[in-house]
Write a protein that binds this ligand. Structure first.
Ligand SMILES: O=c1ccn([C@@H]2O[C@H](COP(=O)(O)O)[C@@H](O)[C@H]2O)c(=O)[nH]1
Length: 279
């Protein structure tokens, strides 16, 4: 099955474009599992598995961010593997790894994430140039989300800078990705921030069929209403990610799993004006 087909099925089955971000931060774990000083991978696994159990009904995808697993030290990769294995097979799994390196190194990243961990998709950083994406672009069953217009303030530093032809760097990346898609069996998508909804139009216009991974709602303050307006004419399926505002909901209470479920359900409902186009 191609990545695009799996993405469409996952969204249709869950009737949701929600992606739950799995960012296990030791400082924010629910009170009963929290121990800031000693990384306890067993507690992290228990926490994330519970989050998955109570949110799976409301989302199409999960996005574990590698930074949080690497911060667990030597056990981090085992924990990542355990969570990837635990995730329901009908959900899209996106490794948020933001890799990008010369081809001979990128080949090894591709092998690690697409062969060893066998996730559906990965996030890549295009700053070292478009040929660094090539090792990830060989498999029809896989997807690649390239950082195009990120949600953070620093997007102004490079991505929103204007080139001599008047386009932004973000718009240029979108154009190049669209051209590359014509020659790639792998699905190319873009990471665009919900916080950048007002700047989104000139970017997605260059690649109107691109699947989008959209972080920035929730703790970063991106507006779902503005996002829905910006996506009105976009054809590619979006996945809207939220991490902290879902997985740490109610973390001071023993009832936290209920709060996590409630928060995922609420965001799924808020996203329904966006989702209805794709179900
Ligand atoms: O432009 C980007 C790209 C990636 N991220 C990642 O998404 C989540 C957002 O977490 P929240 O808690 O919902 O703010 C996190 O893993 C980021 O590293 C992003 O925020 N912006």
């Amino acid at each position: 099955m191609t990545f695009k087909d799996k993405l469409a099925e996952a969204v249709q089955e869950a009737e949701s474009t929600l992606c739950v971000g799995l960012d296990p931060n030791l400082d924010l774990l629910p009170a009963g599992l929290r121990n800031k000083d000693i990384a306890d991978p067993a507690k992290v696994s228990r926490f994330l598995k519970k989050v998955i159990d109570v949110t799976r009904e409301y989302c199409a995808a999960y996005k574990p961010n590698l930074g949080f697993f690497e911060a667990l030290g030597p056990d981090g990769w085992d924990t990542f593997q355990e969570i990837v294995d635990y995730l329901p097979p009908d959900k899209i799994i996106i490794a948020d790894a933001k890799r990008g390196d010369i081809s001979s190194t990128a080949e090894h990243y591709a092998r690690a994430f697409f062969e060893h961990f066998d996730v559906d998709a990965i996030t890549l950083n295009p700053l070292m140039g478009f040929e660094t994406l090539d090792p990830f672009l060989e498999e029809p069953g896989k997807g690649v989300y390239t950082l195009t217009l990120t949600s953070n303030p620093g997007a102004e530093d490079i991505l929103l800078k204007k080139l001599p032809d008047g386009d932004t760097v973000s718009a240029y990346i979108a154009q190049r990705l669209r051209q590359r898609q014509d020659k790639s069996p792998t699905t190319l998508g873009m990471v665009v921030g919900a916080t950048k909804a007002p700047d989104l139009q000139p970017v997605i216009m260059h690649f109107p069929a691109a699947p989008l991974l959209i972080p920035g709602v929730g703790k970063q303050g991106g507006s779902v209403v503005e996002l829905a307006e910006a996506l009105a004419n976009h054809r590619g399926i979006p996945l809207i990610n939220s991490s902290r505002s879902i997985i740490y909901a109610g973390s001071e209470s023993q009832q936290w799993p209920k709060e996590v479920a409630r928060s995922a359900k609420n965001l799924k409902q808020q996203l329904s004006p966006i989702t209805k186009k794709y179900v």
